[in-house]
Design a binder for this molecule. Structure first.
Ligand SMILES: Cc1cc2nc3c(=O)[nH]c(=O)nc-3n(C[C@H](O)[C@H](O)[C@H](O)COP(=O)(O)OP(=O)(O)OC[C@H]3O[C@@H](n4cnc5c(N)ncnc54)[C@H](O)[C@@H]3O)c2cc1C
Length: 386
């Protein structure tokens, strides 16, 4: 991050990435000039704007790494990294495509049939499809392999019954990816799980809002009663669900969204320090935050490079998620303590608005994508300590 420019710095990722970064910055600048969006903190969760996602799709910035045959652009994970980093830095509204593009698309690409790839991937790459994750259930979050949603074999497909909670954007979704039990857990709870892709709306599926503290409608409870899912909407093989979920989680946990949800607020903090150069305690505190941001970014880039080389670094991803989400919360706390304001959602002052957004959303940072305590267990195992 450069203190003068208050932008993510561009060095070190190669000339293609530098050129792409400039393209994204020009696009973002134009959007801001034309009032295309209002920057916000936690924009990858709260900035739901399908028309913005479609604009990204039209520029070739969704599904960038996927084969051209399925709507992708065959670009590198590092190039994708640059695009998402710039969009997050700008607080752009990327929530409509986020889950689909980050994890569902790659899962379909890896485990899906040719027909499934054709059916789903081009719609994600164009920004048209919203996909929700139906994994957590009442009483089942960290211990995900204990899901109680069941699918039973019927003629031509599966009959699905169960309840999911915290399903982000399910009320907008074209598909809900449901983790369910298709075989008994007799061989162990990680066996016999599958992922069914439910096209929405569907008979038997009821979606109810679970309002956030802020009143926003983001989460849902999804009740499935005798929902018929045709055979061709089983992703991969029956019983392969746990393997698919764990490979998806590396993508879910290692990206820059795990330490950039409060980046717009960090930039405002830097601005305040620039306006008060005599405030040395603020300079020290914000300087420490900027240094931590740089370290996290290096770690996240390293994982993007590992993915480029075909590796799946689960432990490192858990480190990014644990350290990154604590960092995001620390940005919020530092802002609150250094420059006290009355947080206000509708304030004309950008800093005040960002503080309000960050304070209200920070309880979710360490929970979503897997509770940090659980991730520390994964790290401990990776270090041979468990
Ligand atoms: C903003 C947001 C968006 C989300 N979106 C989705 C979504 O789209 N789809 C979806 O399926 N889910 C979603 N979730 C749910 C999320 O995956 C779960 O909240 C998360 O996995 C934790 O599960 P839980 O809430 O049931 O907490 P629990 O599992 O009950 O854990 C609560 C606390 O208990 C402790 N704990 C639990 N197990 C352990 C352990 N083994 N070791 C140490 N401590 C432990 C931890 O302190 C943890 O924070 C979302 C959550 C949030 C906050």
């Amino acid at each position: 991050m450069s203190f003068e420019m208050m932008q993510v710095h561009s060095s070190g990722l190669g000339p293609e990435c530098d050129a792409l970064r400039n393209e994204v910055r020009i696009f973002v600048q134009n959007e801001l000039t034309e009032n295309g969006f209002v920057p916000q903190c936690d924009s990858w969760l709260r900035g739901f704007d399908k028309s913005f996602s479609r604009k990204l799709g039209a520029r070739g910035w969704l599904g960038m790494t996927w084969p051209k045959a399925y709507g992708g652009y065959e670009r590198s994970p590092l190039e994708r990294f640059v695009v998402i980093e710039e969009l997050l830095a700008a607080g752009a509204p990327v929530a409509a495509h986020w889950i689909a593009e980050r994890q569902m698309g790659p899962s379909v690409l890896r485990y899906g049939t040719h027909e499934q790839k054709n059916k789903i991937l081009p719609g994600i790459a164009s920004g048209d499809y919203v996909i929700a994750a139906g994994y957590s259930e009442p009483d089942v979050g960290s211990d995900l392999a204990s899901v109680r949603t069941r699918a039973e074999r019927v003629t031509g497909g599966w009959q699905l019954n169960g309840t999911k909670v915290w399903s982000s954007h399910a009320h907008h979704a074209d598909f809900l990816f449901v983790l369910c039990r298709t075989e008994p857990a007799s061989a162990g709870k990680h066996e016999g799980l599958s992922i069914l892709m439910v096209a929405l709306p569907a008979p038997g599926v009821t979606i109810r809002p679970i309002p956030l503290l802020t009143g926003e409608h983001h989460f849902n409870e999804v009740i499935m009663q005798d929902v018929f899912v045709p055979d061709d909407m089983l992703l991969g093989q029956s019983g392969q669900g746990w393997q698919m979920i764990t490979s998806e989680l590396v993508l879910e946990r290692s990206g820059p969204e795990r330490f950039m949800s409060t980046f717009p607020l960090l930039v405002e903090l830097v601005r305040r320090c620039q306006a008060e150069p005599e405030n040395t305690s603020a300079l020290v505190a914000v300087g420490e935050l900027v240094a931590r941001f740089e370290a996290l970014r290096i770690l996240s880039v390293t994982i993007a490079k590992a993915l480029e080389n075909g590796n799946s670094p689960g432990v490192e991803a858990a480190v990014v998620k644990d350290m990154g989400t604590r960092f995001e919360s620390d940005v919020t706390e530092t802002a609150r303590l250094l420059f006290p304001v009355q947080p206000s959602w509708n304030s004309h002052d950008t800093f005040t608005r960002y503080v309000a957004q960050s304070v209200m959303h920070s309880p979710a940072f360490t929970l979503r994508g897997g509770a940090n305590e659980v991730l520390r267990g994964i790290i401990a195992r990776g270090l041979g300590m468990r």
